[in-house]
Design a protein around this ligand. Structure first.
Ligand SMILES: NC(=O)c1ccc[n+]([C@@H]2O[C@H](COP(=O)([O-])OP(=O)(O)OC[C@H]3O[C@@H](n4cnc5c(N)ncnc54)[C@H](O)[C@@H]3O)[C@@H](O)[C@H]2O)c1
Ligand SMILES: O=P(O)(O)OC[C@@H](O)[C@@H](O)[C@H](O)[C@H](O)CO
Length: 534
């Protein structure tokens, strides 16, 4: 049994026997039709997309609603091959909970393109100018939207994109989108909605700003007409709703790959590309939320039939604050950096550790919850309870702390900075915070690349890793440290923390906790234990 259209046809009985739900529509026919009549483009064909937007498209197709997806991988053509193209663009979804496992073949994609490749990019342009293609979604990670560096200056690669021919193939997705939108504008400018589904506050606004930065740069140097920018700003023509997406979707697990082999699959083994495991399956959890601001230009799929909440900006905003800045993602980051330092293999195993479980309980209930506004669609208390008692401890879904630790420098301003700014705005006491400074100190300690056992580990990729490690290069475990001199440039950087920590009592606390954490092997554990149990 393999994950291909042919195998689905020839081994239908085996799929049924294995309890795998399969599409009832004619996949090959739908894929052909979708290539001729594209409707929906998704950029960032990674794990979350393959079981979320892709699954919604599959549900729509099953119900006779024609919204097949053109899936685009902006980086790494080989990852696209190994995750989708080797499997006729199908995905095997594995939904894991402590009670049961569900298997389903998802077929929402009509074609997949690696836009780094010139041929695929030309095909994407062809798709992008078609007026009936009116819906674009993205999951490209937070850093895909960043156009300025940690000092707030335009990044070098963005300057280069602005200098390049707007019609060329651009590697930075904000420039790629600006160029594709220019092609659409020149082809008549049919309305289109761009929906970012990445985890950060006001994602649609940030995407709009990123695209406009590039487009305005082109206008400034006379490469495109100013009317193009006017069109980009007219939200009846191009709209950028804000969204919140939630579904814990770790990288494919070796354990799950083995279970699938036992079930009879011959092609579900992992292949590591770079440091990332790729597979034809995606393991995920049952819980999911997707909220989209009700601001669309042109036609869109009837998403609300499939559980998507189309709502006003304020509700999205409040849900986002609840999830990304208080009740889930900050807790995830806390477990990510401490998990790497203390060498925990999975998030669920950390939740069985008394100190770490207490750390995220204090962070969630005591420190984040006071600034949460109830979004109305889900109660924050219930959401946090589900995160702490069901979702993070889900033993069936192994989630690697290193996955979540990726790009931490880009996540901190969102996951913590928003809360700290809210504390400041409301004049709330920051001196009593315990978990937040512990996490910041643990992250600085994590940057040394030495685990709490005194042995090296490889920190996850992060665009600021080299810069930050250079700043900390003379800090050695077990040796005296001038924490202020070493940490001041980092802790004062409002681009990293969302606030200059020296304008709060937190910088001094972080310096002192960091000093304790570098005292020698075991010092991270003892500092967390002492502080969190005070
Ligand atoms: N996995 C989850 O649990 C989850 C849940 C909710 C939201 N999200 C959001 O989705 C994003 C992707 O998560 P995933 O699990 O699919 O990750 P993934 O690693 O499987 O996929 C990442 C995708 O982003 C693209 N990408 C990476 N760096 C890029 C860059 N600099 N510019 C443009 N594209 C780039 C890759 O080509 C790939 O398509 C997350 O960063 C997060 O914002 C993830
Ligand atoms: O996806 P990232 O890299 O932004 O963050 C890692 C995790 O915190 C994140 O993926 C969560 O699993 C997700 O936000 C749950 O909805």
């Amino acid at each position: 049994m393999k994950l291909t259209i042919e195998s689905l046809r020839e081994h239908a009985d085996e799929f049924e026997k294995a309890g795998v739900r399969v599409p009832e529509f004619d996949i090959a026919q739908i894929q052909e039709k979708g290539k001729k009549d594209p409707r929906w483009v998704h950029i960032g064909a990674g794990n979350i997309f393959r079981v979320f937007q892709n699954r919604i498209a599959d549900d729509l197709l099953a119900d006779g609603e024609f919204w097949p997806i053109t899936a685009v991988q902006p980086r790494g053509p080989e990852t696209l091959k190994r995750s989708l193209q080797d499997f006729d663009n199908l995905t095997l979804e594995v939904v894991l909970s402590n009670e049961k496992t569900d298997y389903r073949v998802i077929a929402g994609i009509s074609e997949s393109l690696a836009s780094e490749l010139e041929e695929d990019f030309q095909r994407l342009r062809e798709v992008f100018v078609q007026p009936q293609m009116s819906f674009v979604t993205l999951t490209i990670t937070e850093k895909g939207y960043v156009v300025t560096d940690s000092k707030g200056e335009l990044r070098d690669d963005v300057v280069e994109e602005i200098e390049k021919d707007p019609e060329a193939n651009h590697l930075h997705t904000m420039a790629e989108l600006a160029g594709l939108l220019l092609a659409r504008y020149n082809a008549g400018g049919a309305p289109i909605t761009l929906v970012s589904a990445d985890n950060f506050s006001h994602n649609g606004d940030v995407m709009k700003k990123g695209i406009l930065t590039v487009a305005e740069g082109w206008v400034e140097r006379g490469a495109v007409a100013p009317e193009f920018v006017e069109w980009l700003k007219d939200e009846s023509k191009v709209s950028y709703p804000i969204t919140v997406i939630d579904k814990i979707t770790p990288r494919p697990s070796e354990v799950v790959a083995e279970q699938l082999a036992e079930l009879g699959f011959e092609d579900m083994e992992l292949e590591v590309i770079g440091r990332t495991p790729m597979a034809g399956f995606v393991n995920t959890e049952p819980a999911e939320y997707l909220l989209i601001e009700d601001k669309f230009a042109g036609e869109r799929p009837p998403l609300e039939k499939y559980g998507v909440i189309i709502t006003d900006r304020e509700t999205c905003d409040q849900f986002e604050r609840m999830k990304v800045t208080t009740c889930l993602n900050p807790l995830h980051t806390a477990l990510a950096v401490t998990g790497c330092l203390l060498r925990f293999p999975t998030i669920d195993s950390e939740m069985r550790d008394e100190d770490l479980s207490r750390l995220v309980h204090v962070l969630g209930y005591n420190e984040a919850m006071p600034v949460v506004t109830d979004p109305g669609v889900v109660s924050p208390q219930e959401f946090l309870k589900e995160v702490l008692e069901v979702r993070f401890p889900n033993q069936a879904l192994p989630d690697d702390p290193a996955r979540i630790a990726m790009d931490t420098s880009q996540k901190i301003p969102i996951r913590y900075g928003v809360t700290l700014n809210e504390y400041e705005r409301r004049g709330m006491d920051m001196d009593s915070l315990v978990a937040i400074p512990l996490v910041f100190a643990a992250w600085c300690r994590y940057l040394l690349g030495i685990a709490d056992d005194g042995e090296p580990f490889t920190p996850s990729t992060d665009p600021l890793l080299d810069e930050l490690q250079e700043q900390l290069k003379d800090v050695n475990l077990g040796e005296p440290v001038d924490a202020h001199a070493k940490l001041q440039p980092i802790l004062s950087n409002a681009n990293i923390f969302g606030i200059d920590l020296y304008t709060t009592p937190l910088a001094e606390k972080v310096e002192s906790l960091f000093t304790r954490m570098v005292a020698g092997p075991g010092a991270v554990r003892s500092t967390i234990h002492e502080e969190i149990n005070k």
